[in-house]
Design a protein around this ligand. Structure first.
Ligand code: FES
Length: 105
């Protein structure tokens, strides 16, 4: 199973094994300092914002317009790294992906 490495909002480090096709926000919701994911993955709240290290982000499908619009409205947007974790699905070629949970807004 592909693995991903997380740094939470308190600097804590975690690793998770995910099934290919699973949204990466699922385990992030379970962390004490993880994402809120208030809209339940409907791409309408941006509370699941993460920074994916740019080498890994480049391997992802480009964000859809609605995801990008939400991200660009956040104060903590980082071009090339910001993604909504509810819109990113794990895949075998993403094994080892590293990401940091963006600050709360
Ligand atoms: S959970 Fe709301 S946008 Fe991702």
């Amino acid at each position: 199973m592909p693995k991903m490495f997380i740094i939470d909002r308190d600097g804590g480090q975690h690793e998770f094994d995910l099934e290919p096709g699973e949204s990466i926000y699922e385990p992030l919701r379970e962390l004490d300092s993880g994402v809120e994911a208030l809209c339940g993955g409907m791409c309408s709240c941006a509370t699941c914002h993460v920074y994916i290290e740019s080498d890994w982000a480049a391997k992802l499908p480009a964000p859809q317009d609605d995801e990008l619009e939400l991200l660009e409205e956040t104060e903590s947007f980082k071009q090339g790294e910001s993604r909504l974790s509810c819109q990113v699905k794990m895949a075998d070629h993403l094994c080892g992906m590293r990401l940091t949970i963006a600050p709360e807004e």
